[in-house]
Design a protein around this ligand. Structure first.
Ligand code: ADP
Ligand code: MG
Length: 550
């Protein structure tokens, strides 16, 4: 045993801990879900590590999770014999928060009122730190598999923690919570009750594929497994409750909010697999960050193989969470092999189609749900219009856009087309920074006057997909700010002659800045406007390229 060092939590970590200590989250039971979830991840990692590194000196017998209760000492311990942590791991993983979006989250929290904090915690999820909702001190003892040195970490969550080396510690991690004094008015606090703890495990962690064991009642030294360990995707569809699906979702996604939609798939035959997928109800904070997690988990015959399996989900659907369990892959399969694998590509195509059709159904059967989906993920989904020409029509089908038809309700293209006026050939749109800017644009005047609906596109990605636009339902997309827009009432030859001199003079005067000055029918009240050539970049796109230094 070495010397005890006292270290400080990173400042973001400190702020989150304060939130936990003053426990603003109403459902405190979930601390146990988080600890069991971490223990399960640690066992998964150990199994993978032993596949990859045949020389690893690790114990792999009797891998399990154990929960020990001591009513007298008022402690609860969750122990696993998984991968464990080195001293550096403990400092980096437990003493700091590397989760992307943390700074963002804390800023929002500061801006929000006290009561909104609760909701934000639910969105963010705090994992291990949830322990401090119920404990006034936490002790963690761990040893990384294959190494000799153990570590003891302890903290009351108040700014600092202590850390010391141990010469002797079992492989894996044990986390002991010194529970806060029982609150008489609130029996929820009694986390030393075997009955209560068993119930929480059943509720939140039943599907964990490792045994979660507790002392057998009335039998000295005996242990019993509390969870069924049954993979949800291997059970009959109607045998699994929504709540079970939701808890499973939380385990794999590290999200604290219920998913919006659950999707199950099964394929039999030459290449057998099962998939259990979820559409989250909120976009993760890193959805548009470069290092964002993407893809689903891959299992082979019930064995966890990898997280974020990008080969199984196209990038524009990176927010989809879930599990794919394939029967006929090798346990040693690598990311590189997966990218090349023909069958994996086939699975990916089917998953993609299934997600698109699920959203389509949602659109017709539950408009409110669809609206939530679209406002959270629409921006990402539209990337598919550029990345995935093969499914473009289907993606357009499930997309919706702001339009001049309605002040705050987006429209589907189907609905737009059904409202098209006699003689209207194109689907008109205008891109810009905001709805207000677009609505005040002189480009809209003539369209408004004719009663033509115009899509209002304000996402940066809209600049990209409208470019190679092939169209929708046989109608092409046409920017109202570009080229000659034929609104059917050509300016007469007479008028052209009348203004010829003025136009010549203007063209000459403005020759450095514009290509041509011409008479237009697109304006009703504004005297003039600037129009791009059909092949030109739009102003927003020009700005984007300039910002990227091109
Ligand atoms: P998350 O699980 O979302 O990563 P947590 O706060 O729950 O966040 O845990 C932080 C990290 O600490 C984990 O990613 C893991 O690397 C490490 N960790 C936590 N518990 C254990 C454990 N029982 N065994 C090994 N590592 C663990
Ligand atoms: Mg966790």
């Amino acid at each position: 045993t070495g010397t005890v060092e006292t270290l400080e939590f990173q400042s973001e970590a400190r702020q989150l801990l304060q939130l936990m200590i003053h426990s603003i989250y109403s459902n405190k039971d979930i601390f146990l879900r988080e600890l069991v979830s971490n223990a399960s991840d640690a066992l998964d990692k150990l199994r993978l590590e032993t596949y990859r590194d045949k020389d690893l000196q690790a114990e792999t017998d009797n891998l399990h999770i154990e929960i020990l209760l001591d009513a007298e000492a008022r402690t609860l311990t969750v122990r696993d014999n998984g991968i464990g942590m080195s001293r550096d791991d403990v400092v980096n993983l437990i003493g700091t928060i590397a989760k992307s979006g943390t700074a963002d989250f804390l800023r929002k929290l500061k801006e929000s009122k006290e009561s909104a904090g609760q909701d934000l915690i639910g969105q963010f999820g705090v994992g291990f730190y949830a322990s401090f909702m119920v404990a006034d001190k936490v002790t963690l003892v761990t040893r990384r598999a294959g190494t000799g040195e153990g570590v003891r970490w302890e903290s009351a969550g108040e700014g600092t923690y202590t850390i010391e080396s141990l010469s002797d510690a079992p492989q894996g991690t044990s986390v002991t919570l010194h529970l806060k004094p029982a609150d008489d008015e609130d029996h929820l606090y009694d986390y030393t009750s075997p009955w209560k703890v068993r119930e929480i495990v059943k509720r939140y962690s039943d599907f964990i594929t490792w045994p979660v064991q507790m002392a057998k009642e009335g039998e000295e030294g005996g242990l019993e497994t509390v969870n069924s360990m049954k993979a949800l995707w291997a059970r009959a569809k109607d045998e699994v409750s929504d709540e079970e699906y939701h808890e499973f979702y939380k385990h794999i996604s590290h999200d604290w909010t219920d998913p919006l939609e659950t999707v199950r798939m099964q394929a039999e035959g030459t290449f057998e697999y099962q998939a259990l997928l979820f559409l989250p109800s909120r976009a993760p904070m890193d959805l548009f960050m470069r290092d964002a997690k993407r893809g689903v988990q891959l299992y082979v015959k019930r064995v966890f193989i990898m997280d974020d399996c990008e080969a199984l989900m196209p990038n524009y659907l990176r927010f989809v969470k879930g599990v794919v369990d394939a029967q006929d892959l090798s346990l040693n399969v690598s990311r590189e092999i997966l990218q090349q694998d023909r069958q994996i590509r086939a699975i990916r195509r089917r998953l993609e189609k299934k997600i698109l059709s699920t959203v389509k159904t949602m659109m017709t059967e539950d408009a409110e749900k669809y609206a939530t989906f679209w406002s959270e993920f629409g921006r990402a989904v539209k990337e598919g219009l550029i990345d995935d020409p093969e499914n473009r029509e289907q993606i357009l089908e499930i997309s919706s856009f702001d339009s001049t038809h309605h002040a705050d309700k987006p429209t589907s293209l189907r609905d737009y087309v059904s409202r098209m006026k006699e003689g209207q050939e194109h689907i008109y749109y205008l891109t810009g920074d905001s709805r207000t800017v677009i609505e005040n644009s002189p480009h809209l005047e003539a369209f408004r006057a004719k009663g033509y609906e115009v899509l209002i596109l304000t996402d940066p990605v809209d600049e990209m997909w409208t470019e190679p636009a092939s169209g929708f339902d046989g109608k092409t997309f046409q920017s109202v700010a570009k080229g000659e827009v034929d609104l059917g009432d050509e300016t007469s030859e007479e008028k052209k002659a009348e203004y010829e001199d003025l136009l010549k003079w203007m063209s000459a005067t403005l020759s450095d800045t514009v290509k041509e000055v011409r008479l237009s029918s697109r304006l009703t009240t504004s005297p003039s406007c600037i129009v791009g050539d059909a092949g030109d970049l739009t102003p927003t796109l020009e700005k984007m390229y300039r910002a990227m230094g091109q």
